[in-house]
Write a protein that binds this ligand. Sequence first.
Ligand code: URA
Length: 188
Amino acid sequence: LKPALDACTRCPIGGCASQAVAGCGPANSALMIVGEQPGDLEDLKGLPLIGPAGAVLDGALQRAGLTRTDAYLTNAVKHFKFKPRGRRRIHDRASRDEMLQCKWWLDFEREQIKPKLHLALGATAAFALTLNPAPLADRRGTVEETPDGAPVLITYHPAYLLRLPDAHAKARAEALFEEDLARASSLL
Ligand code: URA
């Protein structure tokens, strides 16, 4: 998958990134966890969800009785899209069209892994998996379906938890996130 992804020209994002970040995990994973797109660190190392958001995910998975090695981890978009700001590279959300172009790869991964359950982290992953554009706030904690009928549990993106400025709101969102991961564990 990785060499084919590195050569992908379905959209222009790949031209700026260091490399494509393919999904990783056991080929027989019952759980597929889908994030948004690689960040700065993931782009440099070529692995999904290994930065600060990945650390939040790891902690919550552990408390739900899971580890990242139990799951196949991937992103809706396989290249890092960013805007340069001085020496930093600032995350830039992929457009709807770019995400839909990249969905070809996500569908390919789904076809290979055939997970029992998908866990969508945030709105981009939820849309890529379900094609339902409704806001995440109304859907978090619910199970929807892919167009081909596979279950998708929708939860927050861990980077959202990191960004919440209010301690009370953050604690509440973290508790809901952990509840969702425990639910994912019970559905496997
Ligand atoms: N890193 C990833 O690989 N995916 C995300 O969604 C966020 C950070």
